[in-house]
Unconditional design. Sequence first.
Length: 630
Amino acid sequence: MSEHKERKTLEERQQMSDLERLRHSCAHVLATAICRLWPDAQLAGGPAVDNGFYYDVELDHRISTEDFERIEEEMKKVVKENQVFQKEVISRADAMKMAESGELGALGPRSEPSRFKIDLLNDIPEDEEISLYRNGDFTDLCAGPHVGRTGNCKAFKIMSVASAFYKGDKNRPMLQRIYGTCFPNRTQLDEHLERLEEARRRDHRKLGRELGLFCIDESVGQGLILWKPKGALIRRSLQDFITEELDKLGYSQVYTPNIGKLDLYRTSGHFPYYQESQYAPIPERDAMEKLSQEGASCAELFNGLATGTIEGYMLKPMNCPHHIKIYANDAHSYRDLPVRLAEFGTVYRWEQSGELGGMTRVRGFTQDDAHIFCTPDQLAGEIRQCLGIVKTIFGTLGMTDYRVRLSMRDPESDKYVGSPENWDKAEQALREAAEWLGADYSEEAGEAAFYGPKIDFIVRDAIGREWQLGTVQVDYNLPERFDLHYTGADNKPHRPVMVHRAPFGSMERFTGLLIEHFEGKFPTWLSPEQVRVLPISDKVTDVAAAHRTALAARGVRVTVDETPDKIGAKIRNARLDRVPYMLVLGQREAEDGTVSVRHRDKGDLGAMPFEQFADLVAREIAERHISPVI
């Protein structure tokens, strides 16, 4: 790679895909063009990444979209010159001399040293090979590999520019990160750009604003979603859907506070293990006042909270410790198990500002959470039941293109709690459940939660993007940390097994995905407005109001367009609002008890008796059809 801090082993470099190699080479073409246009540029690193590549550069000139065409034209010249990518292995001392003379990441010696290359050289272990790659006059510190010539990098596009701290450290210089993409040919590049344009059209932030579903207000806080009435209707429909399923399966609904004592999260492990991703602890008021009177520093206050010498609270990062306490509040026999506790519980995480994104990456979110406490013999059946819930949800929403990932522990890591024996049992239980499910699955080491392995469902949306949604986790460790037990048939205490499951994951992220998956055109049962009555004139407003009342009585979300607009404009506005059904009502329809039905996608469906339409749309909603039945 161009950044030696991201160096791969020899085996990994040999396994680099042809596309990665092409994109990494195109990053060097970009770097060559940058140095030609701005010889004083200081280059940092330029790796291949998902869907493209980038290069970090320090430059007085502020690069903007207006510069993209100029950069691309210079890159085309480098490609046309068909320069050979040549590798050269050199000593550390020679590499440092070149960096100090400004030759690395440049077109030749300069008056200023290659500062970032010096730093990257110092990161390379003493026993590792140091290599350069040259193409034309450009030389860069690089581990490779590359394609043969710059002429292979013809189908490229500069995509964007953003700010990025060097090495991701906010205490280091802020650089300009230029993103690009590259494909083996122009056809594949054009297809990729079309997919990106389609993604922009479906962007839930754009559609959420246009359809009035949610907003984010800086005075409330970044990453905190304000659900507007229409968005709240979608959320309520989803919650009602899963609640109906859970009621059938014997779950009990619970409610827990949004805050808890630090000791609770110390016991669970969330505070020590996830401390950096939580909101700061909140000291008790009495302790805060006492420390203030004593003149304690902020560091002393934080250290006291961290060590437990000062009592404090925390916005809850997970619901499970609260559900554990509900379970532990009563004595349980093996006859009581499984105990299934469910909650739409709001939790909080301190995500970095640069990682926030609309509804899909937030700081406060509500999980469709549940925790099952069962005997070891019941575990297999409970996991299968959880997987069945996920399949029901995906099937109802028409999301049938998904894969299954088993997120396991990394035996070499120290971030996991509990005994290896318990981890082995939990992982084997998930393997057996995945086999039962019958879906293709993969195992990924190091992706487990700190307390247990999990099954994740990776869903592919309407334009081919993958999202991690439903999850089921097996946990032998938290019951031990909280000393949970039940009385067995032998009248002795036994340890229950705990299952964590959240089919939606979070209401915010799942709704953001659905907005994009359906392009705002939700199935009728999910649509915030399901039917809009469009009276042609004021003469039929009474009949329109009566239709609204009749449909509302059947549980249909219905409005009447009472604006003075002509009928063509009313139809257009309803389609822009993604309303599934429009009922055009004129004098003739009012007199004979019919309506002219239009669908947002299928267009004019013709006239039918109002009562017939009302019965059909009510059935479509009640049965949660993914496609229109009319």
